[in-house]
Design a protein around this ligand. Structure first.
Ligand SMILES: Nc1ncnc2c1ncn2[C@@H]1O[C@H](COP(=O)(O)OP(=O)(O)O)[C@@H](O)[C@H]1O
Ligand SMILES: [Mg+2]
Length: 238
């Protein structure tokens, strides 16, 4: 059974407003060192946010904190209603189901077709009804512009198309937050633009909050939006 934690407004440090992400004075650790300190951040529904910074500046560590892959030790964090300080091991999969997570390397089953890759995820998260599965897969493929790609093998389609499949996969459980870590790192500039334009459209059409970590400043010039920077151990609002 899914359980979300009740926050009692009277003793909560969190405001009552419905934030997608709310971080207050968190410190992010890797092993024995603090990677980012005193991080404060709010992201609202439908916001489109870039996270920039040099390699090693802490972008991935921040994203991992948001999907509870890196344990929160200090500070307060509320993600989609989950308090990361109090989240239990068995709640983490439910949090991740409400998030769409997208990485640079596609992590698709390359010898299977597009449909099978998506079906695999739905079945792993408890979907059983074949017709509902077909309908949802068809919806997400339309959302990413790959409506006729179900039968294609992953290794037969281009890198940009593979990244669209990854995005479709992230959309399956109707997330209200997409987290993308260097999602265009392996793509050429034109394909990169198409992928970022797709994220923009999803954010606008479905009011999804989108947080994209990138070190590609060109993207931000092409598609300007709110930008955060990891620098010298701090998260800056640009
Ligand atoms: N699994 C890990 N174990 C130990 N240190 C790590 C690990 N992952 C990252 N780090 C360190 O944390 C810092 C931030 O890394 P990271 O969050 O990956 O930055 P970015 O994504 O901006 O390149 C770096 O100093 C890196 O070496
Ligand atoms: Mg990284």
């Amino acid at each position: 059974m899914e359980s979300t934690q009740e926050l009692n407004p009277s003793d909560s440090i969190f405001p009552t407003k419905d934030y997608i992400v709310l971080l207050r004075e968190i410190n992010i650790w890797q092993l024995t060192k603090v990677v980012l300190s005193n991080v404060n951040l709010t992201v609202e529904s439908g916001e489109f946010v870039y996270l920039i910074g040099k390699t090693g500046s802490g972008k991935t560590s921040l994203l991992k904190t948001l999907y509870a892959d890196l344990e929160l030790k200090e500070g307060h964090a509320l993600i989609l209603g989950y308090d990361l300080k109090k989240i239990s091991e068995n709640e983490i999969p439910f949090l991740r189901r409400k998030l769409g997570i997208i990485f640079q390397d596609f992590q698709l089953l390359s010898d299977r077709n597009v449909y099978a890759n998506l079906e695999f995820v739905l079945r792993a998260t408890g979907w059983q009804d074949k017709r509902k599965i077909e309908a949802r897969i068809s919806e997400v493929l339309i959302m990413v512009g790959l409506e006729d790609f179900g039968n294609k093998k992953v290794h037969e389609i281009s890198g940009g198309e593979q990244q669209r499949v990854v995005i479709a996969r992230a959309l399956l459980n109707k997330p209200s937050l997409l987290l993308a870590d260097e999602p265009t790192g392996n793509l050429d500039p034109d394909t990169t633009n198409e992928i970022i334009a797709l994220f923009r459209r999803l954010s606008i059409d479905y009011k999804m909050a989108v947080l994209i970590a990138t070190h590609d400043h060109r993207i931000i010039e092409e598609f300007p939006s709110r930008t955060l920077e990891c620098k010298n151990g701090k998260l800056l609002n640009l």
